[in-house]
Design a protein around this ligand. Structure first.
Ligand code: EPZ
Length: 417
């Protein structure tokens, strides 16, 4: 078990490169199963969730080589359609292999996926959508079997909620189905568009990704393709939060502005100045932050649930009251108790957290309870007086590549022990 030791109170400066997006890379790696041969993926971050995906691909018979941030996946050896429970449990995104294996082999044998415990995370939309595409699905003792011996068939799928994962599963499965699939109320996150761009480069026909209606014309054969993963908008939001709580100016390289359109105004409301030059963003924070107002998490293009915890660290040290309303996951305030240990003034009732900013936070031993929450604790510790020790940082390694190195390069005092 690793720990982070953070000495708060340092002013940050300099430039950091934003890593590739975990939540884009994971479904794209699964989608590589749809074409036979070698696909090359650039900007794949070093993360434990990516390692899990690599393990799954290798278990399925594929060859995967890493050279720095490039992953070379050769699917010619694909010879299995099952994924063992110990791999499924490591991350939520393993469920995307249901659509990918079905499309590639006509069968998938999986168990329920794991992932951060941020509330009930059912897979009913994945199951009902794959059924609409003609998959026969059975569950026995926790094992799920998906079968489409005659192939999948295009269908109209109206999602009751724009689930990111379900939209990805449908797009992947429908890319090789017979006929046309129309998804309404599809998720519009940038990671969906990135997946569609990769599949289209493979010869698939996915139209409307990034909008509420996505149309997929199934193709019998796809070819491998090379693809660069988009930058991670949540890592960018986390580093922006680090700049804000320390009253610093930093430069972030590799940021796509439109991915952050719901986040930037929150920092501006707090008094930060944000400027762009192509894919470089400069953020300059004032010495005294103002409250961030009301932040409601909603599906894209709204404010992302994954950025809620890091921005709460900002709210904790901003003058006045910031109100958060978490509308995506039920248990996404696990960091609040730890913030309170640092001296933050936060009250939670159901979906709502009311943060009354304090002048100062003070170090305390902290325990991370999920991925984004652990990054938020690191951000808060940068603003706290004294040395803060954060436990169970393996959560961090699921989504942040060497956060301690990135923060240290910006001038923070962060050690991993
Ligand atoms: C993706 O999770 C991300 N994970 C999450 O990031 C992110 O928080 C989430 O989208 C929302 O943006 C990956 O991309 C790997 P959903 P996903 O399906 O696909 C309910 C992080 O920290 N739902 O859009 O699991 C669900 O319970 C992670 O990087 C159903 O009810 O999210 C939740 O309340 C955490 N039935 C809501 O929809 C279903 O079948 C949103 O889930 C599916 C989802």
């Amino acid at each position: 078990m690793s720990k982070l030791l953070i000495d708060g109170g340092r002013i940050l400066g300099g430039e950091a490169k934003i890593q590739g997006s975990k939540n884009s890379a994971l479904p794209i790696l699964a989608a590589s199963l749809l074409s036979k041969g070698e696909s090359v993926f650039f900007d794949c971050p070093f993360l434990s969730d990516i390692d899990t995906s690599v393990k799954i691909l290798r278990y399925l018979g594929c060859s995967v080589k890493r050279s720095g941030h490039t992953l070379i996946v050769d699917t010619k050896g694909l010879n299995r359609d099952d994924i063992p429970e110990n791999m499924m449990r490591l991350m939520r995104s393993s469920i995307i292999y249901a659509g990918a294996l079905l499309a590639a082999t006509g069968k998938a044998r999986l168990t329920f996926p794991g992932g951060c415990e941020i509330g009930p995370r059912p897979i009913d939309l994945h199951i009902s959508s794959l059924k609409r595409l003609g998959a026969e699905i059975t569950e026995r003792h926790g094992e799920l079997t998906f079968k489409a011996p005659k192939g999948l068939k295009g269908a109209h799928i109206a999602l009751s909620f724009p689930s990111v994962g379900a939209t990805e599963n449908i797009i992947i499965a429908a890319s090789k189905a017979n006929g046309t699939t129309v998804i309404t109320n599809a998720a519009r996150e940038p990671e969906i568009t990135d997946l569609a761009d990769y599949l289209n480069a493979c010869g698939a026909s996915v139209h409307g990704a990034g909008e509420g209606t996505v149309i997929i014309d199934g193709r019998e054969n796809l070819r491998p393709a090379n693809h660069s993963i988009i930058p991670d908008r949540i890592v960018a939001a986390t580093l922006m939060s680090a700049s804000a709580v320390t009253g610093s100016e930093i430069l972030l390289d590799g940021v796509i502005k439109s991915h952050l359109d719901a986040i930037i105004p929150c920092f501006e409301q707090a008094g930060c100045k944000v400027e762009f030059e192509k894919q470089k963003m400069k953020i300059r924070a004032p010495q005294k932050l103002k409250s961030l107002g009301l932040i409601r998490t909603t599906p894209f293009p709204g404010f992302p649930t994954d950025a809620q915890a890091p921005l709460m660290a900002v709210a904790a040290v901003s003058e006045g009251i910031t109100v958060f309303s978490e509308n995506i996951f039920e248990s996404r305030y696990k960091h609040v108790g730890e913030f309170i240990r640092l001296g933050a003034d936060i009250k939670v009732e159901g979906k709502v957290a009311v943060v009354d900013g304090v002048k100062k936070l003070y170090s305390a031993p902290l325990c991370a309870k999920d991925l984004r929450g652990s990054a938020a604790l690191a951000v808060a510790a940068l603003a706290a007086e004294g040395t803060t020790e954060i436990d169970t940082t393996e959560y961090l390694e699921r989504g942040y590549e060497d956060l301690e190195v990135v923060l240290s390069s910006l001038g923070a005092s962060v050690k991993k022990v």
